[in-house]
Write a protein that binds this ligand. Sequence first.
Ligand SMILES: [Zn+2]
Length: 59
Amino acid sequence: MTGEQAGQPRPGARAYDADEDLPGDPACLLRRVCPACGSVADHDPPTVCPTCHAEMPGG
Ligand SMILES: [Zn+2]
């Protein structure tokens, strides 16, 4: 034994990486952005913009 105490949390150690695997990935939301008015639809396309009712065809 060296005298170090095991089981102590290391300084700077985090329980989880908060910046990773967030729900609502912005990349997924881009396809929901209305090309006409820029609003974000409630659902993935194909759908209709809830603001201006423009058609948003799926990719
Ligand atoms: Zn729109």
